[in-house]
Design a protein around this ligand. Structure first.
Ligand SMILES: [Zn+2]
Length: 179
């Protein structure tokens, strides 16, 4: 536990002096969620693929790291977004790339946030996953390689797909309230 606090503190000190312009940051900091490393105007210009394990271990929480960098899975019904009905855009918790719209989110009954479509054809990439004796299709962020979850073919129309995602792989940027 001490190590965890120390790690969080180090991360905080490293980024603490950078002006925080990433909309959702304050609301997303917590035990399982951290996104202060995204508080840069230049998130679209960072070479995210060049970041090493040490970098990710510093900027992510232990759970975010385990899921996104080691292809882990959060326990169902424990994540922040499985039951969320807030309108907005889900971005990658590792690099901030836009991944899913709340408009394609649906209740799958699995306890993980589920979508029937990605926000664009280029936002996510598919990889064959044959771990645990199953043949599945892994979904990763196309920009930084973060593990997001898996895609299955038992989703609703019009695509028939079910993107079964981990909450800790995502950050929801709520739509601005309409006046
Ligand atoms: Zn990413």
């Amino acid at each position: 536990m001490k190590k965890l606090i120390l790690l969080s503190l180090t991360g905080f000190l490293l980024v603490g002096c950078v002006a925080n312009i990433f909309n959702s940051s304050a609301a997303n900091e917590g035990k399982d969620y951290k996104d202060s490393h995204l508080s840069s105007l230049e998130v679209d210009k960072v070479d995210w693929k060049s970041k090493d394990k040490q970098y990710w271990a510093e900027v992510l929480t232990p759970l975010q790291y385990k899921v996104t960098r080691e292809a882990g899975t959060e326990r169902s019904y424990t994540g922040k977004y499985w039951d969320s009905k807030v309108s907005g855009t889900y971005v990658c918790s590792n690099c901030g790339q836009h991944l899913f719209s709340s408009e394609t989110k649906y209740k799958s009954g699995t306890g993980w946030p589920s979508f029937w479509k990605a926000i664009s054809d280029t936002a996510v990439a598919e990889k064959d996953d044959s771990k645990f004796g199953m043949t599945r299709t892994e979904i990763v962020c196309s920009r930084c390689g973060a593990h997001l979850g898996h895609v299955f073919s038992d989703g609703p129309q019009p695509t028939g797909k079910r993107y079964c995602m981990n909450s800790v792989s995502l950050i929801l940027i709520p739509n601005q309230k309409e006046k």
